[in-house]
Each structure stands twice: as C-alpha cells, then as structure tokens.
Design a protein around this ligand. Structure first.
Ligand code: ADP
Ligand code: MG
Length: 475
C-alpha cells in the first residue's frame, strides 16, 4: 500500500467515526464533502467547498475533528480547514465561485446562533454575486454535448409572460466547468434585456442559505419568503450544496409556491436529481418531475470553437495576445475537458508568455501544458496512436487511411502517417507498410522521403507535422 492510499484509508476511518458519533444527519449536513488535503508532521489539512462550511465547522466541530483525527491518524498539532478551489485551475478573477454552505442543525434552527450568523455575515459581506457580463447566449458555443441544455434554456429565456410553461422545473446537471453557470447567466441577461417586466432572481444555493440565515437573524423571515412571491423566474445555481433539513424545507416551500403558481424555476447541479444524496426524497422527485437535461464533455470541434471564441474575446481587449492557429489546435486536442479547463490552458500559456516575454509557439504550449498531459511518462508510441491522431486531425476515417483509396484527401494524411511512424517508432519499413493496410516497404519509403522533402520548403506543412508529432507524443 502506498503512503497516499494509506492516509486515505485512515482518513476514511476518521469519516466513519464522525458519522458514528454525530449521526447521519449531522454528518451529511457538514462533513460529507470534507476531503483530506494533507497530513504532514502533525499538521492535518482538510478542505470543504465553501467558506460558509469552513466557518461552521471551525466554530462547531474543530475540537471534535481534532480528537477523532488523533485517534485515527496519531498526534496532531493543528487541524486546518481550507476552502478548496474547484477544477484545479487558477480561478479567473472575480468569478462566481459559489458553492454553498450550510446552516443549522438538522431540525431546529437556533434562531440566534451566533456562529452561523457570523459565518453568514462574513460571506455575505464580501461577495455580492454578480452576473458575469460576458456570459451570454452570444458567447456560448453550442455543440452536440450541450445543445439540448442550450435549447431548453433558450425556451425559458424567450417565454412570453403568462404563456404556458412547457417544463417546470428545468433541471440542468453537468460536471464542473461545462457551462451551467454560463447558461443560467445567459438566461438572466436575456430576460433583463428583452423583457424587463419579468422579474428574475439568480442565486446560488449558498446565497439562498445565507440570505435565510440573515433573515432569521433579523427576525424577518416573512420578508425572505415574500421576495419569492414577486418573481417570475428563479434560477438556482450549485444546488448540490443545499444543506441541512431546515434549509431544504425552506427551499421546498419557495419552490412549491413558485411552481404551483406556474412561475419558472431552473436548477443547476453537478449531479442528476436522483444522486442528490443530501436532499430529501420528496424534493428529489419534484425536481425529476420537470425536464432534466445534462451537458456532456465538449467534442473536439466544440473545443476548437470555444477556444477560438475565447481567443477573439481576449484579442479585443489586448491585441498583443496573438496565439497561432496551430497552438489553438494543439490545446483543443490536448485538453479534452470542460470549458473551464480550456480557458485555464489558454490563460496559462498567456501568463507564461507574458512573464517570459516568449513568443507563443507549439514548444511553449507543450511545455506549459505538460502537467495536463494524459500520457506524461512518455510510454512507447504505437502506430495505432499515430493513426488515431492523423485520422482525427484530417478528419479521415481509419478504414480510409488503411484502404487502397487514392483520393488526395486520403493519400496525403496516409503519407504523413507513415512518415510519423518511421520517425516516431522503431518499426521497420515493411512492418509500417503492413500496419498501413498491407502496403509494401517501397511505398512507405516513398512516403517518408516525399514528406521529408516537402517539409523543407513548405512551412505550413512543417508546422502541421510538428503539431502532429506533439499530439502523438502527448497522446
Ligand atoms: P459550470 O457552472 O458548469 O461549472 P461555467 O458556466 O462556470 O461552468 O463554465 C466555465 C467556463 O467555461 C466559463 O468561463 C464559461 O464561459 C466557459 N464555457 C463552458 N462551456 C462553454 C461553451 N459551450 N461556450 C463558451 N464558453 C463555455
Ligand atoms: Mg457553475
């Protein structure tokens, strides 16, 4: 067992003990999302997704955590609770971040519970959630992975006041960075622009909880409830963070009264309703009663378009951030995750370029993105990998590459593939020939020589081949 998995296993035992000592309700309200970050010479660091949760745990459970931690992990000097960043990439400045916190004990809210209020105040004071002006329908790239979610959101945004509502609630789920918040913001923007008479409220589950705690504090829960009576569209983001029974009850009331009076509710979360473990079964089935759509990972073409559109936006702000087409293409191929990861990659390359005053080249991009590599240990390159990369890059099927077809659109990629196989693997010419659809070794030799020659004079081809080499290497 490695050290890391050993620590994880012991941490699991800490979690089990917490669960046993606190009971299921308390545990799932406050600890279900806690993760161990580090255990080093008596310093235990754990993380939670929100500041609210951090303050809550620090004020209520730190000594308990310390004690249980020591029982399972050995003597501890300190236990530190951190708020963890999502997505693993540097956050853009002033971006929403907003998970949610939690609030009160499972059943009774201690109306004047000072620590909750203090935590709520701390969070409430510093971050007024604002709509990102850049997140509109215009800047949202639609592809096969998100077109259903996009279409449903457009329907909501364009609905005429008083018109029959086709699905209520609309529930959107997707992993982090796939565009949920972007789409919710787009709805809010569009309604504010084109139907200013419709009242939209856009908030995260965290904000909902903070507002409620503050209302309790000011003994003004009526006003809190009343605000929902006046709105036409409620957009709730990061719903998975709704925590605590009282909060859920409160949300459920607001939700029911809106849906029952045929006002639109849109909920976004990182999992489908059935997997919202902390949420009461009745609430879950109400959420399933409308339209549930997900957003998948973007395909290559969508990633290209997201990158291009990002790059154009950056260029408008600062014309010096020119990124060559082949670098964008490289990123689109290398970074196969969410929109947030694509942006993170772009930002990283630009930051690096600015610090080092270096031109943005494929080499630079590949260096900067090295730790995002899928295949960092440089395992041996296979002809299959080359066929895959070449096929994808030129949009030619594998069958075509291996077939006898002589169309130029197939011949050139095939020759480049053979060239790469010769350069990048230890395979012999006859063997490469065999793997490329049973061709003989002289055909391979001809292809290799031809591409070698052309690269000397054709810059565009040289860059293209350099790109392909990178892509295959980083597989
Ligand atoms: P989520 O809320 O699902 O975690 P976000 O909406 O915050 O994700 O998206 C993360 C980043 O990626 C945002 O800057 C967003 O603008 C961008 N993004 C995600 N999907 C798309 C898309 N289809 N088109 C354009 N930008 C996108
Ligand atoms: Mg979001």
């Amino acid at each position: 067992m490695t050290v890391v998995t050993d620590v994880k296993a012991r941490w699991d035992r800490v979690a089990q003990r917490l669960r046993a000592e606190l009971g299921e309700d308390l545990y799932s309200s406050w600890f279900a999302r806690m993760e161990i970050e580090d255990l080093d010479s008596g310093r235990l660091t754990v993380s939670v997704p929100t500041r609210f949760l951090k303050s809550w745990i620090e004020t209520h459970y730190l000594s308990r955590l310390h004690k249980i931690g020591e029982a399972e992990l050995g003597a501890l000097d300190t236990v530190q609770v951190r708020v963890r960043m999502r997505g693993g990439l540097p956050p853009r400045p002033a971006v929403e971040e907003s998970p949610p916190p939690a609030a009160p004990q499972p059943s009774v809210i201690p109306a004047a519970s000072a620590p909750v209020v203090a935590a709520a105040q701390a969070v409430a004071a510093e971050r007024v959630p604002q709509l990102d002006p850049g997140q509109t329908f215009g800047s949202f790239v639609v592809g096969p992975s998100n077109q259903l979610a996009h279409a449903a959101m457009c329907r909501v945004a364009d609905a005429a006041p008083g018109a029959a509502i086709s699905f209520n609630p609309l529930f959107i789920h997707a992993g982090s960075g796939l565009g949920k918040t972007h789409l919710l913001s787009a709805v809010a923007h569009r309604i504010r622009e084109s139907r200013p008479d419709r009242k939209v409220m856009f908030l995260t589950a965290e904000r909902f909880m903070i507002n409620f705690v503050m209302a309790l504090r000011q003994r003004d829960t009526l006003a809190f409830k009343d605000q929902f009576a006046a709105i036409d569209v409620l957009l709730i983001d990061d719903f998975q963070f709704l925590q605590g029974k009282t909060m859920q009850q409160e949300f459920c009331n607001a939700f029911n009264s809106l849906v029952d009076s045929r006002r639109q509710v849109v909920v976004a979360a990182d999992v489908p309703p059935a997997q919202l473990d902390a949420i009461d079964q009745r609430m879950r089935s109400r959420l399933m009663g409308g339209l549930v759509v997900d957003i998948e990972l973007p395909d290559l073409e969508t990633r290209r378009r997201i990158l291009r559109s990002r790059h154009e936006t950056m260029l408008k702000r600062d014309p010096s951030v020119m990124i060559p087409e082949e670098v964008l293409e490289f990123i689109a191929n290398r970074v196969t995750g969410s929109g947030r990861e694509l942006e993170g990659a772009l930002n990283r390359i630009l930051a690096y370029q600015q610090f080092n005053q270096a031109a943005v080249t494929l080499d630079l991009a590949s260096l900067v993105l090295r730790d995002m590599q899928a295949n960092p240990d440089g395992s041996r390159i296979k002809i299959d990998d080359i066929l895959k990369v070449v096929g994808r890059h030129f949009n030619v099927g594998r069958t075509d590459l291996l077939s006898p077809r002589r169309a130029r659109s197939v011949v050139v990629p095939r020759q480049i593939g053979m060239y790469l196989a010769k350069k990048m693997t230890a395979r012999s010419l006859p063997e490469i020939g065999r793997r490329f659809g049973g061709r003989d070794h002289s055909t391979v030799l001809h292809a290799v020589r031809k591409i070698e020659d052309q690269i000397k004079t054709d810059d565009k081809l040289a860059r293209e081949v350099a790109l392909l080499i990178r892509l295959v290497e980083q597989g």
